[in-house]
Ligand binder design. Structure first.
Ligand code: NAI
Length: 505
């Protein structure tokens, strides 16, 4: 399907943070752009702001002066809606209010050409219901950019019930021609990113609420073991708790209070207190002048380790063995059920059971569970927790082993699935459920999470590499340990487990 021609007029309505960014993207792609805002002068101001930003880039040698000129001549403010009547594409980025947006689209439908694409940048409203009052709901579509639009690659192309698939394909091609990474999504609450990302925040919030570790330690684990750019507390402090909490509440309500999306009381308390994060100077962390940033908790050990015994296959933990060998630690192999023995300690990757429960069920003493790492070859920190009754000597041996290969160990209170493993299992579960419900393809779900929120690996690709059986086992164990349906594995996982297929063949 063809992208819109470069000379097609693009109209952007709403000259706030998003509208200005979108107008800049379209103008830089070569389209004539008209920017309209109901507040007189706002569109012209926004264009001046774009000009200031871009001229700084020219001065820094990052943008050619000719590209600056081309972009600025393409951008024109519009004083009235009527000036948008010959647009081929209108992108609305006004206040997030269903009624106000509906009224605007009704006006646009009356004044724009019959083949004009009517797109909304809404992040939470249903495209189906935005289109409901229109004479031609088939030309209404979501074009969901991420903030800041000129920098973020992802665009969710969101189809409502009536959206014309050809129009969706054309807008997808257009977003690609604008240098973006578009994905298709069905209009369902949270589309892809705002739905699949929920567990990233809510699982850390739960771990904090249950006293498993402090914010700095949990954040460090998601960064240094999980490979995420930020942990959940530093990220929600950046996003703003009012915004992040509102998105969680809206997705929770939209899915009829499905407990998978249950908001956190700890986050609500921050919102109630006005501790909105960086923008208010205080969130989970204190950003006021002179405030000290808490450091993650790390265990230390002086125990020297010379050899380990591997019993059976370690699965996802296996790459750790290469790292041990590289440090001259002897690795002896024998049959068994996937355990790593060092002195008195028995180490294993968590399977979602409590360490104490697993130690009891498998008759193991000194059982120490390890958390998941994106790559055990390069992780610099790992979460560990141990069964009740584990000796201090065994803990020292485990910590000494990890220290020998440059991994800091952070102690987590015995909790199912530790931190990274449980977060990744729940992200994969949400991605799988979105796939099951036809929200998007597996490829688009993973692309959306990598391009939209910078995940180090798509959650479905992560499930493939970890093993769908492993992810399902972790979720089953979380579900039975908590006794909560929140952790129920998606039917999609169970299906794929039964037929042996991967998300990405
Ligand atoms: P904003 O508050 O910065 O800007 C909204 C602009 O729309 C204001 O300049 C306002 O004067 C104008 N406006 C309001 N009602 C209007 C009307 N009836 N006609 C014309 N102009 C009108 O808002 P922001 O953050 O730019 O968001 C706009 C839309 O983009 C919302 O739907 C929001 O959900 C969505 N969005 C926001 C993201 C963000 O991170 N801020 C990310 C992705 C989507």
């Amino acid at each position: 399907m063809q992208a819109l021609n470069n000379n097609a007029l693009v109209a952007v309505i709403g000259a706030g943070a998003m509208g200005a960014g979108i107008a800049q993207v379209a103008a830089q792609a070569g389209h004539p752009v008209r920017l309209y805002d109901k507040r007189p002068g706002a569109a012209a101001q926004a264009i001046e702001g774009i000009g200031r930003q871009l001229s700084k880039r020219v001065e820094a040698g990052k943008l050619a002066a000719s590209a600056y000129d081309a972009c600025m001549t393409h951008l024109q403010p519009a004083d009235e809606l009527l000036a948008l009547s010959d647009a081929s594409l209108v992108i609305e980025a006004i206040v997030e209010n269903l009624q106000v947006k509906r009224e605007l689209f009704a006006q646009l439908e009356a004044l724009c050409r019959p083949d004009c694409i009517l797109a909304s940048n809404t992040s939470s409203l249903s495209i189906t219901s935005l289109a409901a009052g229109l004479q031609h709901p088939e030309r209404m579509i979501g074009m969901h950019f991420f903030n800041p639009a000129p920098l973020m690659a992802l665009v969710e192309i969101v189809c409502g019930l009536a959206t014309d698939p050809e129009l969706a394909a054309s807008l997808h091609a257009t977003a690609r021609a604008w240098g973006k990474k578009p994905v298709f999504a069905r209009s369902t609450p949270g589309f892809i990113v705002n739905r699949v990302a929920r567990p990233f925040y809510t699982e850390s919030l739960r771990l904090l609420q249950e006293g498993v570790a402090d914010c700095a330690t949990l954040d460090a684990l998601l960064r240094e073991a999980g490979g995420f750019r930020m942990g959940a507390f530093e990220l929600t402090d950046l996003i703003g708790h009012d915004v992040n909490y509102a998105v969680t509440c809206s997705v929770f309500d939209a899915y009829y209070q499905d407990m998978r999306f249950q908001p956190s009381l700890i986050q609500k308390e921050l919102v109630d207190a006005g501790r909105l994060g960086r923008k208010s100077g205080h969130g989970f962390y204190d950003y006021r002048e002179g405030a000290e940033r808490p450091q993650p908790a790390s265990l230390s050990s002086t125990t020297q380790v010379e050899s380990v015994v591997v019993e059976g296959q370690l699965g996802a933990l296996s790459p750790l063995l290469d790292r041990l060998r590289d440090q001259g630690i002897a690795v002896l192999q024998r049959d068994g059920r996937g355990l790593l023995r060092v002195g008195d300690a028995v180490l294993a990757l968590s399977d979602g059971r409590l360490a104490s429960q697993r130690a009891f069920e498998e008759g193991l003493s000194n059982l120490i569970l390890l958390d998941l790492a994106l790559d055990y070859r390069s992780a610099s920190r790992l979460g560990i927790s141990w069964a009740a009754g584990t000796s201090q000597a065994a803990i020292d041996q485990a910590v000494g082993l990890l220290a020998a290969v440059g991994i800091r160990a952070s102690a987590l209170r015995d909790s199912p699935g530790l931190c990274v493993l449980r977060t990744v299992a729940m992200l994969a579960n949400e991605g799988a459920d979105a796939l099951l419900q036809g929200v998007a393809s597996a490829a688009d779900i993973d692309l959306a999470m990598c391009a939209g929120v910078n995940y180090p690996r798509g959650p479905l690709a992560w499930a493939d590499s970890l093993g769908i059986a492993t992810v399902t086992t972790v979720l089953n164990n979380l579900q039975s340990t908590y006794g909560e349906e929140r952790y129920r594995p998606s039917l999609q996982l169970r299906r794929q487990l039964a037929d042996g297929s991967l998300f990405h063949e």
